[in-house]
Design a protein around this ligand. Structure first.
Ligand SMILES: [Zn+2]
Length: 866
């Protein structure tokens, strides 16, 4: 049989089941390190072209730009799209309608799983307007070129993606689900170009795209946003290169154009359709107007696309610079050129003399500009002026890189002599080194990620920025990640909560603590007064008022005294009907409803529930002591284990002790067996019976039925009264345990002294408190000192009695013994007859000899304080 074990009695056996508050939902753990923002370039990392930047923070994914490399073909022209699960993208932001920033949008939207996710695509209105034409042209040029690769997407893909693209205006804040905000700012560069200030969970990231800061003829230069971003992801196309100033390059450009046409040559200007082309047209048209001798020389814009884009430009005058707007306000359309003609198809155009021809694409990899280059290259009177940025590997770059180049390769593979004059005047609408350094420093982000630049240009700019930062003693980190290299930026973030409503109407003084209800939504925090909750959130609040009635059998003052002992102090008052109230810890009210009824009232809450529980168990504990007093037959036995006490059990060790309340154990045994009484007898000579049977509990009911209830005539308590000994039994807990486990404890350290005639040798003549349990002919005796049970006639009966005794002890161990003993203190101080009774009862504890009343009280007070 496994040893039988009783659990320690519950500290609150009368614990009521209280209606508990519903469990609070646990705050969801943040999916990612809240202090880290990741930037991964899928394109334009240490290169120019196919821009695609992935920003990840706190489980949100934002992609800026989805370009292609205009000089490449097929899949290699795309960014590393396979590196991202596009269904996880929350938003795709397109800065402007250049192919290297927007050319991959249709592919992403139609050929990846982007549409399976929540992601939306945003661009400005003008960008969307140009995007449509530029993509149609892109597909047309690709299909006409000799490239044999598969088309990445079709025109229908472009149209399908177009309908799903959302538009946004400059300075318009868009709030997306999941706590993402973004705002577009002017970026210069081309019509519609924007930088995006993105905010995720309070973290601000500025993605610039391509920017120009120059005041030109039609665009608003890139803005410095008022808010300082934590991270800036900016272009570095020209590195630290300084470009010519505006005036110088315009006059050099116009001189070169004139020189070519005046010598009877054709001037070829390969241009990017949207962007520098418009600026060049504005410059040329203005110059031609001022120089009538040039009117005989036609200027052509050799592209159907150009005509379409010009229509877009005419629509978006309002988003251009003040000069254009003022011209427009004079009822003149600045894009209604007087000296420029559009050519629908260069192939069918009659080439019969000197002219200025703007033709796309700027890189001359295919299309009209390439056709004209191949046609005009062999003649030395013709001239080529390169005005845009030439990406690596493109025909434009090939020509500019190699001085003294004698021939070029035609699209059909033939060699074409290159005799035309070649000049470069950059109208590439990008910031140069000086402008960019100043721009980046004005933005003032602590982390700058350089993108969209060739490696050495990027390195130069990085060095320059780091040098400046060191010089100005500013802590700025410059990063230049390669494609697909994940850059983790660790930031120190501050959590800010905005106070609203009533809280905001009372501005706090310095260092004053403000408390309220903290609401979290999409990573933003709001602090408000709970009473404002409904107004600001539509949520209702309710209070649960708890009420518990308790029968009261002790005096109100005694209740108060006990509560003061436990809680350190209480507030007293009365309700409007005059009912006395004691308020505990400012949260639980005890009302004296009638003389014998107490009501506890409190507003449900974690702490108030606990306080109410404590107060309730305390009150019930007072009742316990009261009930024992009422009987006037106090049978709380105490055996303080001191050498001077004649009732000390021999060998008793008191390292820890439980109190067995005989007064409560007796009725329990009586109820069970019909007869149980306390007597003082000489030690038993029979061997004690140890409990062996685990099934005692199971037999309980049967036993009850079998046993005829018969109360003993004799009142065991009376005897004790006569003896005048009011004692309390203290049981060594370890021995109790040992007994319950089947070892009566006599084999412990002092085993010999306890064995057999326990105490007989040492304590001769001392009668031992014993409980006698009688059922029919059987009589079992329980030795209180040793807690052993014996029965001369039936071992099984002894076993049964012992089992029930253990249960009785477990169930009846009283509450708050400390408080019971402490009641003596108050009764000694007050003089009501009611309390006098209390005192009579409670003072009747046997104190260790030699301890004065005062010392005893002090000890008990000490207990109280625990
Ligand atoms: Zn661009």
């Amino acid at each position: 049989m496994p040893p039988r074990r009783f659990n320690q009695p519950s500290p609150l056996p009368h614990h009521r089941k209280r209606p508990h508050t519903p469990p609070q939902p646990e705050a969801a753990p943040l999916p990612y390190d809240s202090l880290t923002v990741s930037v991964t370039m899928l394109g334009a990392g240490q290169e120019v072209g196919r821009s695609c930047c992935v920003i990840q923070h706190r489980g949100r994914t934002i992609v800026c730009d989805a370009g292609v490399d205009p000089g490449a073909h097929g899949l290699p022209s795309l960014p590393f799209v396979d590196e991202l699960d596009w269904s996880t993208v929350d938003v795709l932001l397109i800065t402007h309608a250049h192919l290297d920033h927007a050319g991959g949008v249709a592919y992403i939207m139609e050929k990846t799983n982007f549409r399976d996710g929540p992601g939306k695509v945003y661009m400005t209105h003008a960008t969307k307007g140009i995007y449509r034409y530029i993509m149609q042209d892109f597909i047309r040029v690709r299909s006409r070129s000799n490239a044999t690769d598969d088309a990445l997407f079709s025109e229908s893909d472009v149209l399908s993606s177009l309908s799903a693209i959302q538009t946004v205006d400059y300075h318009q804040s868009i709030h997306l689900p999941g706590g993402i905000h973004f705002t577009p700012y002017h970026a210069g560069h081309i019509l519609g170009a924007s930088m995006f200030m993105i905010e995720i969970a309070g973290l601000k990231i500025l993605y610039t795209g391509d920017v120009s800061r120059e005041i030109d003829r039609h665009l608003v230069p890139a803005e410095i946003p008022l808010e300082r971003p934590d991270v800036m992801i900016g272009e570095s196309t020209f590195g630290t290169m300084a470009l010519e100033n505006r005036q110088d390059k315009e006059s050099r450009f116009l001189n070169e154009v004139q020189k070519i046409v005046r010598r009877g040559g054709r001037c070829l200007l390969p241009v990017f359709v949207a962007g520098s082309a418009v600026e060049l047209l504005l410059i040329l048209d203005e110059y031609w107007s001022k120089n009538p001798d040039l009117h005989s020389i036609p200027i052509y814009y050799g592209s159907h696309l150009a005509r379409q884009c010009m229509e877009v430009y005419k629509q978006y005058i309002h988003s251009m610079n003040p000069s254009i707007r003022s011209t427009f306000s004079k009822h003149e359309n600045p894009f209604q050129f007087k000296h420029i003609s559009h050519l629908r198809d260069v192939a069918r155009w009659k080439d019969d003399g000197p002219c200025v021809m703007l033709a796309s694409p700027g890189l001359m990899h295919a299309g009209p500009s390439r056709q004209l280059l191949e046609k005009w290259a062999p003649e030395s009177k013709n001239g080529l002026i390169l005005t845009g940025y030439s990406t690596t590997g493109s025909m434009a770059r090939h020509i500019t890189d190699k001085t003294g180049l004698e021939d070029i390769e035609g699209l059909n593979g033939q060699k074409i002599p290159l005799r035309m004059s070649i000049e470069t005047v950059s109208f590439a609408q990008h910031v140069d080194g000086t402008q960019n350094t100043e721009f980046i420093e004005q933005i003032g982000a602590a982390h700058v990620v350089l993108v969209h630049g060739e490696r050495h240009q990027m390195a130069n700019l990085r060095n320059q920025l780091e040098k400046n930062a060191k010089h100005n003693e500013r802590d700025v980190k410059i990063h230049s990640p390669r494609n697909t290299e994940k850059l983790d930026i660790v930031l120190r973030t501050e959590h800010m909560a905005q106070a609203i409503g009533r809280l905001a109407s009372r501005p706090p003084s310095t260092s004053q603590l403000v408390s309220g209800l903290l609401l979290s939504k999409d990573f933003s925090y709001t602090l408000l007064d709970p009473s404002d909750l409904k107004d600001f959130t539509g949520l209702e609040t309710s209070e649960i008022k708890q009420r518990q009635n308790v029968r009261l059998n002790v005096g109100w003052d005694l209740v108060k005294w006990h509560l003061e002992g436990m809680f350190g102090g209480v507030e007293e008052g009365a309700d409007k009907n005059g009912t006395p109230i004691i308020r505990v810890m400012s949260s639980v009210d005890l009302k004296l409803v009638t003389e014998r009824e107490l009501t506890l009232e409190w507003i449900a809450g974690t702490s108030s529930d606990m306080i109410a529980d404590a107060a309730l168990s305390l009150i019930l504990g007072i009742e316990e002591s009261r009930s024992s007093v009422k009987r006037k037959t106090l049978t709380l036995f105490a055996f303080p284990f001191t050498d001077h006490n004649p009732t000390v059990p021999p060998g008793g060790e008191t390292k820890s002790s439980n109190t067995v309340d005989i007064d409560r154990v007796l009725p329990f045994l009586t109820a069970h067996f019909g007869s149980a009484e306390l007597v003082y007898i000489s030690p038993p000579s029979t061997s004690p019976i140890k409990p062996e049977d685990e099934d005692d509990n199971g037999d309980l009911n049967e036993d009850k039925a079998e046993i005829e209830a018969e109360r003993s005539e004799e009142d065991p308590v009376a005897k004790i009264d006569e003896s005048g000994d009011d004692v309390k039994v203290e049981v060594d807990e370890s021995r109790m345990e040992a007994i319950l486990e089947g070892d009566d404890g006599r084999n412990s350290t002092n085993g010999e002294e306890q064995s057999g005639k326990v105490g007989g040798d040492q304590e001769e003549g001392v009668k031992r408190p014993t409980i006698l349990v009688k059922v029919d002919a059987h009589e079992a005796s329980i030795d209180i000192w040793t807690m052993t049970t014996t029965c001369a006639s039936s071992t099984s009966f002894a076993t049964r009695v012992h089992g029930v005794l253990a249960m009785a002890i477990a169930t009846t161990t009283p509450l708050n013994v400390a408080f019971e003993s402490a009641t003596g203190l108050v009764s000694g101080q007050s003089g009501t007859p009611e309390e006098g009774k209390e005192r009579n009862g409670l003072e009747s504890f046997v104190r260790p000899e030699g301890s004065s009343t005062n010392e005893g009280l002090a000890d008990e007070k000490g207990d109280l304080d625990m």
